[in-house]
Design a protein around this ligand. Structure first.
Ligand SMILES: [Zn+2]
Length: 408
């Protein structure tokens, strides 16, 4: 399946490349790749906002003291980059968003009425990956995670939120064309009570947390496997395991139940009884790292992306030079409607231009000649070769509708 390998076709399609001068594991998104990335990010923010998430924006750097407070340092030290000295303090490039979000929760006293509080962010993260592990967009040293932390008032609320997170994951995956069982599966990743060095020491909480996630999946009727010694240091998690084109499986994103950070950060809220209570936390990602989703989508679609993700959505092709003006008019109208149209004004033969549009796997193209200039009816052709005659206004309406609904 080498012809679908994203490392090979990504640069060929003009989506991204790795520049050795910039550095290993640091992908450079070219204009077309940046469009896809932005579309995915917009999708995440739009869908999560619809589901009651509040998107925030926090810095990529933080004082080392924050990671000592969370316990990520030294627990997670091997995945973090060396501290940066700024004035008299040491700062870290963040490998995760949790500490920032918990600190934000502490910004003011919280009431039970605010819970569950779903704090989300498209966060740029930095993790050390060994040279040999680095691979295209799949394993990188800096990436954008669709992350969120849900602060809950009770274990029941946390269980409910974990279920809702799975529902969101399944919805978003379906929009991207991913099928459960085929493209991804669930794994319940458990801790190890004997390894208190690796995992937060609280056997009772582990027992409870693992059962809670197990119940969430059973209740939803999800098929899943269990794996020992695969949890986060602060709690068990549901891993969404995704297969790439070579059949290699990787954890793409997770839903985690956390009984440790609420203690470390002293996360509290004022209950209905007027007293302070300990909060519970669910960490989750809806689509994981945007880079990794892109690697997957590039291999899945091999360039023939769904309309809403296509960097170029339609080509307008004039039959000959005398149709250029009209073709430009059509192209400008489409652009004004927010459609990513390209005008093929090369002096190549018509056949060559049509072949080019097909080769580039454009979702749609229109050929404009004498007949079209006269009648105003345009032949809209899709990738499968289906053709319909429509006016420019109807074409714009049809495409905008398909883009908005993110149809496959
Ligand atoms: Zn987290």
């Amino acid at each position: 399946m080498e012809e679908r390998d994203h490392k090979k076709i990504g640069p060929e399609l003009g989506l991204f490349y790795i520049d050795p001068v910039v550095g290993k594991g640091l992908p450079m998104f070219l204009p077309k790749g940046a469009i896809i990335k932005r579309e995915l990010e917009n999708f995440v923010v739009e869908e999560e906002t619809r589901r009651g998430y509040q998107h925030v924006d926090t810095p990529d750097l933080a004082n080392l003291a924050l990671y000592k407070k969370s316990g990520h340092y030294p627990h997670y030290k091997d995945s973090m980059y060396a501290p940066i000295n700024i004035d008299d303090d040491e700062y870290m490039l963040r490998p995760m968003t949790c500490p920032h979000h918990f600190q934000m929760f502490l910004h003011k006293p919280r009431s039970y009425k605010e819970l569950p509080m779903r704090i989300a962010e498209l966060a740029q993260l930095y993790r050390y990956e060994q040279s040999g592990e680095i691979m295209g967009l799949q394993r990188v040293r800096s990436f954008c995670l669709a992350d969120a932390h849900i602060i809950c008032a009770s274990e029941e609320q946390a269980a409910e939120e974990a279920g809702k997170a799975l529902e969101l994951i399944e919805y978003m995956s379906s929009v991207l064309g991913l099928k459960f069982g085929e493209d991804y599966r669930y794994r319940l990743s458990l801790g190890d009570r004997d390894n208190t060095e690796k995992y937060y020491d609280n056997p009772e909480a582990w027992e409870k947390g693992e059962e809670l996630l197990r119940e969430v999946m059973k209740k939803r009727g999800n098929e899943f496997e269990e794996a020992k010694d695969e949890a986060a240091f602060y709690g068990p998690k549901i891993d969404v395991q995704m297969k790439n084109v070579n059949g290699k499986e990787d954890t793409a994103f997770t839903v985690q139940y956390d009984f440790c950070m609420p203690d470390k950060f002293d996360l509290k809220y004022i209950g209905q009884d007027g007293k302070e209570h300990r909060a519970f936390v669910v960490h989750r990602s809806s689509v994981g790292a945007i880079e990794r989703v892109m690697a997957f989508l590039i291999e899945k679609y091999a360039g023939a992306f769904p309309l809403w993700l296509s960097p170029e959505q339609i080509a307008v092709i004039p039959v000959s030079e005398k149709h250029f003006d009209y073709a430009r008019e059509v192209h400008e109208k489409l652009k004004l409607s927010g459609i990513r149209s390209v005008l093929d004004d090369d002096n190549d033969s018509l056949g060559k231009k049509i072949r080019g549009a097909k080769q580039d796997k454009l979702p749609y193209f229109i050929v404009v000649g004498d007949k079209e200039v006269e009648s105003g009816q345009l032949p809209l052709e899709n990738r499968s070769g289906e053709k319909v005659e429509m006016t420019i206004d109807d074409i714009a309406l049809k495409l905008c509708g398909e883009i908005k609904s993110r149809s496959l």
